[in-house]
Design a protein around this ligand. Structure first.
Ligand SMILES: [Zn+2]
Length: 315
C-alpha cells in the first residue's frame, strides 16, 4: 500500500495495493463488464477453479499463469489454515486483468481506479477487487513493491510481484480482512511481503523473505527501525527524512513474520477484530489499543521483537 503522495518518491517500484474505503457493486469484478468496458473484442478470458484471467491473444500463457495462481492459492490457504486461521473460499472467481502494453495498463488504471499507474507494473485494488498487471515479458522495467531487487522470476512470470499482489487479493477474499475498512499498513504489506517468493517452490509464510530480511537486519543494526508505537499506527508508507520506502516494507515483512511465528493466535484474533470493524476511515489513534487487546502490552512485544532481531543478527 503506497499512497499517491509517495509515488514520485517510489520509482522504480512496481506493485501496489490501491486501498479504497468504499466498495463498488459486484459489476466491477464481472469479466463480461470488464471486457466490454476496457478491452478490444479480441480479448480472451481464461478461467481456472478460483481465477479468471482477462488477456490478449496468446495460446500457452494463460494456462501457465492459471497454474501458477492456483499453486500460490493452495500455498496461501495451506499455510494459514495450518497456522490456525479460519479462511473462507472466495465467493466468485477472482479477476486478473493482464495487459501486453504498458499504455493500456496505464489507461485502465486511470479510467477504472482513477489513478496514475505509469510508475507501476501491477496493483491490487480493494475498490474493484481485481489485480491488474503488465505481463512480465512486456514490462520494460520494475521490481517488486518497496524493493530494489531485480526481477527474479521465470522470464514470462514475475512470480515475486504476482505472489505479492495475490496475497493482497486473497487477504480480502478469504475473510482475513474486509474491503472498505482502514487497516494498519504494517499488517497488509507485512502479510503480502512475507508471502512473496521468486518461484512457486519457495512460496509461503514458513521462511523469511531473504532479500527483505537482510535489509531489515541492516537497519536494525543501525538502530533505524521506526519505533513500534508509531509503526503499528501507520496507515500508509511514505518516505520521510531518514526513512526509505524499502526499509518500511522490510520492517513490515519482518514484524509480520515474527508475529506469525511467535503469536499466531493473537494475530488471528487481531485480524478477526479488524475484519469485524466498521467500514470507513477509522481514527488511527485506535490502532495501538486494538493491537494491545490482542498482543498484550506494547512494551513487552517490543522487547521480544528486539530480542528476536538480536538473535537473528547473531546467527
Ligand atoms: Zn503491497
Amino acid at each position: 500500500m503506497i499512497t499517491r503522495r509517495s509515488i514520485t518518491h517510489a520509482l522504480p517500484l512496481a506493485g501496489f495495493a490501491l486501498i479504497a474505503l468504499a466498495t463498488p457493486g459486484p459489476a466491477w469484478a464481472d469479466p463480461l463488464y470488464l471486457r466490454q468496458a476496457f478491452f478490444a473484442p479480441s480479448t480472451q478470458s481464461y478461467a481456472t477453479d478460483h481465477f479468471v484471467l482477462l488477456h490478449e491473444g496468446d495460446s500457452a500463457w494463460p494456462g501457465e499463469m492459471g497454474r501458477l495462481l492456483e499453486g500460490l492459492y493452495r500455498q496461501f490457504y495451506d499455510d494459514l489454515t495450518g497456522a490456525g486461521f479460519d479462511l473462507q473460499s472466495p465467493g466468485d472467481r477472482l479477476a486478473w486483468v493482464c495487459f501486453d502494453r504498458e499504455a493500456d495498463f496505464d489507461d485502465y488504471a486511470r479510467l477504472r481506479d482513477a489513478f496514475d499507474a505509469r510508475w507501476l507494473k501491477g496493483y491490487y485494488s480493494t475498490r474493484t477487487n481485481c489485480v491488474a498487471l503488465v505481463r512480465a515479458e512486456f514490462a520494460q522495467t520494475g521490481s517488486p513493491e518497496g524493493s530494489d531487487a531485480a526481477d527474479a522470476g521465470e522470464p514470462q512470470f514475475d512470480v515475486r510481484r504476482i505472489s505479492h499482489e495475490l496475497a493482497h487479493q486473497l487477504t480480502y477474499n478469504s475473510g482475513l480482512l474486509r474491503r472498505g475498512v482502514r487497516n494498519p499498513v504494517w499488517l497488509t504489506e507485512g502479510l503480502a511481503t512475507d508471502f512473496e517468493a521468486d518461484s512457486l517452490v519457495g512460496a509461503g509464510f514458513s521462511d523469511v523473505n531473504r532479500s527483505r530480511w537482510s535489509r531489515l537486519l541492516e537497519i536494525a543494526a543501525l538502530d533505524e527501525l521506526v519505533p513500534l508505537p508509531r509503526f503499528i499506527a501507520l496507515t500508509e508508507f511514505r518516505p520521510a527524512p531518514g526513512v526509505e520506502l524499502r526499509d518500511l516494507y522490510a520492517q513490515a515483512d519482518g514484524f509480520f513474520h515474527f508475529l506469525m511465528e511467535r503469536h499466531p493466535q493473537a494475530l488471528k484474533a487481531y485480524m478477526a477484530g479488524l475484519a469485524r470493524g466498521a467500514q470507513g476511515a477509522r481514527a488511527r489513534e485506535a490502532f495501538p489499543g486494538e493491537f494491545a487487546q490482542s498482543f498484550g502490552p506494547l512494551d513487552a512485544i517490543g522487547t521480544e521483537w528486539r530480542d528476536y532481531l538480536r538473535d537473528a543478527q547473531r546467527r
